[in-house]
Write a protein that binds this ligand. Structure first.
Ligand code: ARG
Length: 266
């Protein structure tokens, strides 16, 4: 082979490799979402909140919120990558866009709406007072005055107890911890989400504890996202579909054995 022929041959090789490369790139942009690169959304959750999000001994996430989020992902055709975060760190993780969304029985409040966004309400909730079974003197909001009360850090329960005159407040990271403190006799009462507390008592998870006043407040849980999230509309559309096609009702009945109440649209 002469030197001229060799150069020509190499040149042809280069052109045909470039051609192949272009063809591959073009094919990829026509068919972008194969199974491998289907969209993953990172969803934060604090799985210490039975029956909304809990983690089994083998590490599996379960609960009403987990089922709902998976159903949303199925309708909206994205994949869920759950990430466990302490409840108290969720809002800052959303603000910093370290996660795409959070589902964790998070109450929609005007205060939170200043820094993050919420989906349409997906669960009607409220706070409850829990005491030890032998307690006779705490019956309602007024009887909490001057009492020792445990709450979850950063929760609506923590905000609520700030309005009780002379209450001595202890804050904890998770449900199991503040209920343990109540059982140990360190505090007189716990103020936390009614459905979670009642569910735990009914399922034998909180022996020695009773609820004396439930639904002290009217709250709605929403799926939280960063403020300008491109996923909020997708999540809302999927939620609307699940509410009208019976899937929401099915999930509600699975966990609460009851008909779901009517939810406001926003
Ligand atoms: N609903 C309450 C709030 O938004 C408490 C939620 C606690 N959730 C949890 N996964 N620990 O403040």
């Amino acid at each position: 082979m002469t030197i001229v022929k060799l150069i020509k041959w190499k040149w042809q090789q280069l052109i045909s490799s470039l051609g192949c490369l272009l063809l591959i790139l073009a094919c990829n942009s026509f068919y972008p979402s194969t199974k491998q690169d289907a969209k993953f959304l990172k969803i934060a959750t604090d799985p210490t909140f039975i029956p909304f999000e809990i983690q089994t001994a083998s590490g599996k996430l379960e609960g009403f919120d987990i089922d709902l989020m998976n159903a949303i992902a199925q309708v909206a055709e994205f994949k869920v990558d759950f990430e466990n975060l302490p409840f108290d760190g969720m809002i800052s993780a959303l603000q910093a866009k370290r996660v795409d969304a959070a589902i964790s029985g998070i109450t929609i409040t005007p205060q939170r709406l200043k820094t993050i966004a919420f989906s349409r309400p997906y669960f009607k909730a409220g706070l409850a007072i829990a005491v030890r079974q032998d307690n006779q003197n705490i019956r309602d909001f007024n009887s909490l005055q001057g009492k020792k009360i445990a709450v979850q850090i950063g929760s609506t329960g923590a905000d609520f107890v700030k309005t009780i005159p002379n209450a001595k407040i202890s804050t904890f990271n998770s449900g199991p911890e503040f209920f343990q403190d109540l059982l140990n006799g360190n505090v007189d009462a716990v103020v936390s989400d009614a459905f979670a507390t009642l569910y735990a008592i009914k399922n034998g998870k909180l022996k020695g504890i009773k609820v004396v006043a439930d639904l002290l407040t009217e709250e709605y849980y929403g799926i939280a996202t960063p403020k300008d999230s491109p996923h909020l509309e997708t999540i809302n559309k999927a939620l609307a579909a699940l509410l009208s096609n019976g899937t929401y009702k099915q999930i509600y009945q699975k966990w609460f054995d009851a008909e779901p109440p009517q939810l406001p649209e926003s």
